[in-house]
Design a protein around this ligand. Sequence first.
Ligand code: NAD
Length: 494
Amino acid sequence: MLETFKNFIAGEWVAPTTGEYFDNRNPADWNDVIGKFPRSGPADMLKAIESAKRGFAKWSKTPAPIRGQVLQRVGDLLVQRKDAMAKAMTREMGKVLAETRGDVQEGIDTAYYAATEGRRLFGRTVPSELRNKWAMSYRRPIGIAGLITPFNFPLAIPTWKMFPALLCGNAVIFKPAEDVPHTGHLLVEVLIEAGLPPEVVQLVHGQGSVVGRAMVEHRDVPVISFTGSTETGSIIGATCGKMHKRLSLEMGGKNAMIVMGDADLDLALDGVLWGAFGTTGQRCTATSRLIVMKQVHDEMVRRLSERASKLRLGDGLDPATEVGPLVNRAQRDKVHSYVEIGKKEGAKLVAGGSPAEEGPLREGNFYRPTIFDGVEPTMRIAVEEIFGPVLSVVTVSSLEEAIQVQNSTPYGLSSSIYTRDVNRAMRAIRDIEAGITYVNGPTIGAEVQLPFGGVKETGNGHREGGPTVIDAFTEWKSVYIDYSGKLQKAQIDR
Ligand code: NAD
């Protein structure tokens, strides 16, 4: 019997007011339906907002170290459920089990990091310019934080937002991506079991353009934290701009790996395979461009296309699988349309280039790991985000040219350089326009204790991760205490 899931609003699991549901299917096998999930409407979001206001009133007055203890228990429960949650996530969105286990681990790390922040959350005490006067500033929660998340890290990305937002004393409303509602459900179950007061978290499933929009447009949700495509981020940004809302945007990427002539090629090969085809290329930090020096180009491309063609496609739950399916059929069609564009633009297809449909793969959204050689930096496949297993190889003759190519897209999330020359590595770190640069590692591999985010059209200046994320979820208050017993005027009486 197919399970019907609910929203979590006002401390209860409730059916959507619309009475409508959508099927959540396994992208490796479309005959496998995970369950029915609410296609909620604006009325459900309004109820969630009213409840979150009550949740905020209580939670914001709970001491931060006690809030941290709840997150500590959340981390403990995630540890206990790591395997079960990873399996559910693979079934729902396709990436291989080793990667979904990593996704849960990132949530665990984020929970424990946030838990300890409850005993820091530092403010500043600074000297007053006047005698017998005390001055300090401290962080306060803002209110209801609306969290809108993408499909590719169904647990990790919601936790990057939710755990710091909660630690800071906000209530949260969570709108997971339509392709991954089950992982969202499992996460909220953990929060409630860990002892989070029920009205502090709300889960509203449904379409972004309906419930996500209702949340963004509501005046009582003063903070929006969004991760997803640059296109959706622009729509949300326009509304938040008009309404003067706090907004953190983490958006698309077109990340490049530079391989210099002196690089360890074995290492670079392992790195580019993992960077380009891990998560089936559906990472914001995926390596989608390889910028390679001409003296190592031939060897690199030959060995790379050989290895890419041998990667084993299949159900991510099968331990032998190296590359899972794309998340849905529309995404597979989009990837294929970019392959057609690449061919028309004159790039040379050296691996993949078609859907994989043999045997059981026919029932899923599989696409062969694809490599284009001879790509010019201005071609669409070198500039636009494809979000699939497609790598574009650009050949260059100097570090300066490599960096110029690297910087020639509208995005600026992640980047990497393989070289044994420290001077080149340092120049790349300085000159690459991106939020993250790896040296002798692929473009993926962020750790939760460091700032995460991008420049240019990837972001709007905020960072997740580390201590920096707290800026998105707190407001500063400055406090002056005059104990002189007389009127003292700043800037005048000194
Ligand atoms: P998407 O933009 O289609 O959807 C993201 C979320 O926005 C979903 O929950 C969706 O329901 C919601 N949404 C859609 N329209 C909305 C609207 N009008 N108002 C409010 N919410 C709306 O993105 P996706 O396909 O789920 O994810 C892939 C994208 O996410 C890629 O571009 C990828 O680069 C990006 N991404 C970025 C990062 C980062 O940290 N920079 C991390 C992961 C993914």
